[in-house]
Design a protein around this ligand. Structure first.
Ligand code: CIR
Length: 265
């Protein structure tokens, strides 16, 4: 396994009392706030079990989607890139994450107008960045990301604008290390250009395609037994996390943390 999935810390933020006012198309009903808080705490414990030191931010009332910290920044090994969320209601989250990112990175770049980018659209797979061209991330955002990431990275855009059930690319595509990807959708295999093996989750378990590899363990949403078995058969240590209340707001396991690889004093 390469060191691309070795992390030391994670930035997290619990949902606030107005969590249910956030954006959602899931149609699964209103989240139960006390239960969401308990699930968030259990998620944090799972991160700690993977060896991460948590940088815990306070809830941000007025920014109901701010628990989904992943979307606000892309943390590459060398630098951080603050995003510019596609949804206007989420733009205020950037000012609230800047200082926390600055604790870990000396080099913090930004995506500027008219670019938009949600980091949930960026699937880091070693030196390849698969980036969803989505309802949230536009071509200019992808162009800026490519320029900021630099020549050490290959940026591969994937147009998901017609895939109405995918909010972000990573809702349906995760990196599993060792040139492996987990996916729920049929993406044009030419994009993986022979370098990547793609494991498909069963159609009725599509939500399980958002998984996070941390220090050799794989966080997956609980209650998807076929996907768990597929992954166990390949030797992964599985840590199932309860996500029902976050799923109601279109979030998955990756969305709830910003994983940090190294500390830059
Ligand atoms: C939103 O619509 O922006 C939030 N309710 C959900 C964001 C989920 N984030 C992610 O997939 N990375």
């Amino acid at each position: 396994m390469g060191n691309e999935s070795q992390f030391s810390s994670a930035i997290v933020r619990p949902p606030g009392p107005d969590f249910a006012e956030g954006l959602t198309e899931a149609g699964l009903g209103r989240p139960d706030f006390p239960l969401a808080l308990r699930q968030h705490e259990a998620y944090c414990r799972a991160l700690e079990e993977c060896g991460l030191v948590l940088h815990r931010l306070p809830a941000e009332p007025g920014l109901p989607d701010s628990t989904f910290v992943e979307d606000t920044a892309l943390l590459l090994p060398e630098k951080a890139i603050l995003t510019r969320p596609g949804a206007e209601s989420r733009r205020g989250e950037i000012g609230k994450i800047r200082d926390a990112v600055g604790v870990f990175f000396a080099d913090v770049a930004t995506i500027d107008p008219p670019g938009t980018l949600d980091a949930g659209d960026v699937c880091e797979a070693g030196e390849t960045l698969f980036v969803g061209l989505s309802r949230r991330t536009n071509e200019e955002g992808i162009r800026q990301l490519g320029a900021l990431a630099g020549s050490g990275y290959r940026v591969v855009p994937i147009d998901i604008r017609q895939m109405n059930d995918l909010l972000h690319l990573k809702s349906g595509l995760s990196f599993l290390g060792n040139n492996r990807l987990l996916s729920s959708h049929h993406f044009d295999s030419a994009m993986f250009s022979g370098h990547f093996e793609v494991i498909r989750v069963p159609a009725d378990e599509w939500y399980a395609a958002n998984a996070v590899l941390i220090n050799g363990s794989l966080l997956v949403p609980d209650r998807f037994p076929q996907t768990e078995q597929l992954l166990r058969n390949r030797g992964y240590r599985i840590l199932p996390v309860e996500m029902s209340e976050f799923r109601k707001m279109d979030g998955g396991p990756s969305c709830l943390s910003l994983r940090v690889r190294a500390i830059y004093p």
